[in-house]
Design a protein around this ligand. Structure first.
Ligand SMILES: [Fe+2]
Ligand SMILES: [Fe+2]
Length: 200
């Protein structure tokens, strides 16, 4: 089981529920994609949003370190983590398995899986910290660097390989968009996590 699946299914872990609920309470800047959007276009759209959120964090970092500024930054970090959780979960559950089967490059996909695990570990660490704690801002900066490198590798190396093998990225995109809608819908339920108890 991937770490992202574990976070969505383990009732003892608070990260997914907390960040997903934050995502629902935070206005979403990017409109919902059409139902037949290409999988690669969907992922690029997510990447652009995540890059923008890290830029927002860096901008806020320059503005001050008092309680108000820290609270503002924590809100952006919460949104970053919720978007990353959903993005990685959709990749782990649908995109990566289909790509792994199609492109026949297990090492490339293994590296991507390990990078996902590193990102998820940082998200869990941030979930357990307060914005005023030492290393909080540093962890967000490192998360941004790791995520930036990972997304670049996906777009520069993985996506061209997907295009070469003529995977049906429209069908894949429909499946991904559907899971994403379900995640957003379920996260609006107050007992999102408990509803998944016992899931395997
Ligand atoms: Fe990824
Ligand atoms: Fe990605």
């Amino acid at each position: 089981m991937s770490l992202s699946s574990a976070l969505f299914q383990q009732p003892g872990s608070s990260s997914a529920a907390r960040f997903m609920l934050d995502a629902v309470s935070t206005p979403i800047a990017v409109p919902s994609p059409p139902r037949d959007t290409d999988a690669l276009a969907l992922l690029r759209q997510d990447h652009d949003l995540i890059r923008q959120l890290f830029k927002d964090f860096e901008r806020l970092l320059m503005q001050g370190h008092d309680t108000r500024h820290r609270a503002e930054r924590a809100g952006v970090v919460s949104r970053i983590c919720s978007e990353l959780l959903m993005h990685i979960h959709v990749e782990d559950e649908i995109f990566y398995p289909a790509v792994r089967a199609a492109i026949q490059d297990d090492l490339l996909m293994d590296v991507a899986d390990v990078e996902h695990e590193g990102v998820m570990r940082l998200i869990v660490e941030l979930d357990m910290m307060g914005a005023e704690e030492a290393l909080y801002d540093a962890k967000v900066i490192v998360l941004g660097k790791e995520v930036g490198r990972h997304m670049k590798e996906e777009q520069d190396v993985v996506f061209p390989k997907v295009r070469q093998v003529n995977l049906d990225t429209i069908a894949l995109g429909k499946e991904m968009a559907s899971l994403r809608r379900a995640l957003r819908r379920d996260s609006a339920q107050p007992h999102f996590h408990h509803e998944n108890e016992g899931a395997t």
